[in-house]
Unconditional design. Sequence first.
Length: 244
Amino acid sequence: MINRLHSLSTLSENLVNRNAAKGLCVGCLSPDASNGLCSPCRADLPVNRYHCRCCALPMAFAGADSICGECLDAPPAFRRAVIPWRYQYPVNTMIGRYKYSQQRKFARPLIAGLAANLANVYEGSDANRPQLLIPAPMRPARRRKRGFNQTSDIAEHLGRALDIPVSTRVVRRVRPAQAQRGLNRKARLANLRDIFKVCRNVPERVAIVDDVVTTGATVRMLAQALQNAGARDIQVWALARTPG
């Protein structure tokens, strides 16, 4: 099962790379895979079952209308977050291989799962369907170093699956910021203050697309900038959410 993912040897990685297009599972190389995962490995993914209905923060138990303390104290500019998984093993390893090693095959099952989740949400109704997907902007230097922008990649996949346009030109970063990793929520908010600028008109309904939501500082600042620019119904779509 997917616990083999953590200890893939170079030979196994080569096998995954060579056979990804053949439908093998990225976790255990089983030939019985759908969208990159076999059923047992898919069952190992940590589903974000109980969460805040606003920011999707994982909770020990939550009802349909449960809201975390942070969202009660300081409601964000976005209305809801759709984030299917918790950022725990093996999802964190899969996203890490995707982001830092450009091994897109590890994200394919997660992106497909998010798209299926969203398709169910909007099936038969376009009332609250976003009119535009906006990937969380990445610093140009980081993009050059990494070789691609994973949030744009995710947004493009979701846009094609859900027939929603994507724009990477609506928002840009106007200044560099310290790396967010290792900062607490307060420091992240201060680090990102006034960092985003909306450069074009935005529709009323938009969705911010990200890979992982940690403290929520980035999506909060980005959502606030979009709200100030005229967006009225803002959502956040991401692959995973870190536990509190």
